[in-house]
Write a protein of this length. Structure first.
Length: 145
């Protein structure tokens, strides 16, 4: 992971040096900002996922299950590269986080203990984050693929 971070840093520097656009320079500066912020918050082992337009990045840290904490903890934040600020941050137990489209993030939570009471339930737990409004809505009320 350290080698990947180093290579990513070199690519960002080369891109910033070769581009004359001030927007590209801001993105390169933003890349260092969110990476250092992620390392401060979560330490090493953070994954970064850019949205399709490259204006925001999803920074995700997944802990490994242990005997004392058997569920995987997923911590994440969404960072706006243009304003260099955190748009949203959360922690979910035993879940997943991914981009739905350019301006929304899907957060799925896997329930821990499910009782078998004879009823079949196909409901999903989680929410959809809309970055434009910075509001969440229940995943059952959202059209999620």
């Amino acid at each position: 992971m350290r080698i990947f971070s180093y290579l990513l840093f070199v690519v960002v520097l080369l891109t910033a040096a070769s581009c004359k656009s001030s927007e590209r320079a801001t993105i390169a500066h933003g890349a260092g900002s969110y990476q250092s912020l992620a390392e401060q918050k979560y330490g090493r082992g953070v994954d970064f996922f850019l949205n399709s337009s490259g204006t925001a990045v999803l920074c995700v840290r997944r802990t490994k299950p242990a005997q004392l904490q058997p569920q995987q903890q997923v911590s994440f934040f969404v960072f706006d590269i243009r304003t260099e600020s955190v748009l949203y941050e959360d922690n979910v137990p035993n879940g997943s986080v991914k981009w739905r489209d350019d301006t929304s993030v899907v957060v799925l939570v896997t329930p821990g203990i499910v009782r078998d009471d004879g009823k079949e339930s196909h409901t999903r737990s989680g929410y959809v984050l809309d970055l434009r409004t910075r509001r969440t809505r229940d995943i059952e009320n959202a059209d999620v693929q």
